[in-house]
Design a protein around this ligand. Structure first.
Ligand code: PLZ
Length: 456
């Protein structure tokens, strides 16, 4: 039987038809995954890692089914991508229609409506009701690079300010903007110049508690003294940091930065690549405090798993760039644009910001209770369905990365796909698809609780 002949509920057809259950039928990874892994080791460069080498056969709703028939609860969403679920019906339908019509013409050669439709949607959904324009790309790093290009042309200035623990990508400029050396930057320099790092608001790790406003002043004072406000093209910040540890800045930090940027004609760029598209319980992470950035970068959740990214911003800023200055062969590929339009429709129809808030309440409730009886859980934080715990040596804030690694590995063995993150590698993060069933999520949280009790 070929894949196309299978009934919608077959374990090999993805999407919501897949049984929504945790099912471990072999050791993890199982024999078929181990065989594939042996082949992979011969064929794929060592530098490309995998968190959990189970090879995927199908995925949908809140589960990933591997080639051995194990069904894992997905608390990763492909690093915050498949918020609408894997093989989401509206995405699949839109993609199928598009691939049958045409797959590529290059928007810079012969344009098509889907690209314009995505830019309209971005203008409507991103923070602020001013006139906005967008340009589309294929990866998050590319969007960040282009936001910097645009900010430099528009401002006539060079300097780019980023923050401690930031993650912005793996290309040369975005490596310079990313904070963590191993594994992202180690040995890959020299890096792009004119990138300056300012102190982040990281409530759990402040030596002395300070407010968001004070943390913003600390950052802007550093910028004024070490860089000079009139040298700065843009300040780039993740409203909730992703790879850096799901760091939620203290309230007042983002508005404080935005105010300073306005005063000094510095462009504020919100990197919403991980926090955007419903993940934090709002359409964008900036919405929580009503911050309106000049430019917003998006990727990941925008297109339900197809590669698409965007820079959206003030029309005057976006239009500062000369004709031909922005682009790329695949940027805004028609199939990826169709996927985005399907995904955005799914987000609207299923009220995924509301779903993210509900999932966040469930997870934060469980994890807060867990923290009360587990001294190794130093902090529980997050917004919407972007939630994490930080593991430490009991009674201190000293990071315990080894514990995070053990807990994550034990969750994997029990059929729950978790990820770690953080500058110190000690943060366990939870990023379920926003369409996951509440019972399945509760089951996965039970596993996390049992594993923590056994290991911490
Ligand atoms: N900005 C805020 O989270 C991607 C990277 C995983 P790309 N984060 C996951 C890894 O180890 O490579 C990310 C992000 C933020 C930019 C990016 C970069 O997006 O699509 O991976 O280029």
């Amino acid at each position: 039987m070929t894949v196309t002949e299978q009934a919608p509920t077959s374990p090999l057809s993805g999407g919501p038809g897949l049984p929504q259950e945790r099912r471990v039928v072999t050791e993890i990874p199982g024999p078929r995954s181990r065989d594939l892994h042996a082949r992979r080791t011969d064929a794929v460069a060592r530098g490309v890692g995998s968190v959990l080498p189970v090879y995927v056969a199908a995925a949908g709703g809140g589960v990933i089914v591997d080639v051995d028939g194990n069904s894992l609860v997905d608390l990763a969403s492909g690093i915050g991508v498949t918020g609408v679920g894997n093989a989401s019906p509206l995405v699949v339908e839109a993609v199928q229609r598009q691939v049958e019509a045409f797959t590529h013409t290059c928007f810079m050669v012969a344009p098509y409506a889907g690209y314009v439709d995505v830019c309209d949607a971005l203008a409507e959904l991103t923070p602020g009701d001013h006139q906005k324009k967008s340009a589309l790309f294929s990866s998050g790093a590319e969007a960040v690079e282009n936001a910097v290009k645009i900010a430099r042309v528009a401002s006539g200035r060079d300097a780019v300010v980023v923050f401690d623990h930031a993650y912005h990508g793996r290309t040369n400029l975005t490596m310079a903007m990313t904070a963590k050396s191993m594994p992202y930057k180690h040995g890959f320099g020299p890096f792009a110049g004119e990138v300056y790092r300012a102190p982040m608001s990281y409530p759990f790790r402040e030596p002395v508690p300070i407010s968001g406003e004070e943390a913003a002043r600390r950052a802007t004072t550093m910028i004024e003294k070490a860089v000079g406000a009139d040298q700065v093209a843009c300040v780039v910040i993740e409203p909730v940091q992703g790879e850096g540890g799901f760091v939620v800045p203290a309230p007042g930090f983002l508005p404080g930065l935005a105010q300073w940027c306005r005063t000094h004609d510095v462009l504020l760029v919100a990197d919403e690549i991980q926090s955007g598209f419903c993940r934090t319980g709002d359409w964008f992470g900036c919405d929580q405090e009503g911050v309106v950035p000049d430019l917003v970068t998006t990727a990941k959740g925008i297109a339900g798993g197809l590669p698409l990214a965007g820079v959206t911003g003030r029309a005057d800023v976006m239009d500062a760039v000369h004709v031909g200055g922005l682009g790329g062969t695949y940027g805004g590929n028609p199939v990826a644009c169709a996927a985005a339009l399907g995904a955005i429709r799914a987000m609207r129809e299923h009220d995924l910001p509301g779903r993210a808030r509900r999932l966040g309440e469930l997870m934060l409730g469980r994890l807060t209770a867990l923290a009360e009886r587990t001294p190794a859980v130093g902090d529980v934080r997050g917004r919407g369905a972007m939630v994490a715990i930080e593991l430490v040596r009991p009674g201190t804030t000293e990071p315990d990365a080894a514990l995070a690694g053990r807990v994550s590995a034990a969750c994997h063995a029990e059929g729950v796909l978790t990820l770690t993150c953080g500058t110190y590698g000690n943060v366990l993060r939870f990023l379920p698809p926003l369409v996951i069933g509440e019972d399945l999520l509760a089951d996965a949280m039970d596993v996390v609780a049992e594993v923590l009790a056994a290991h911490a």
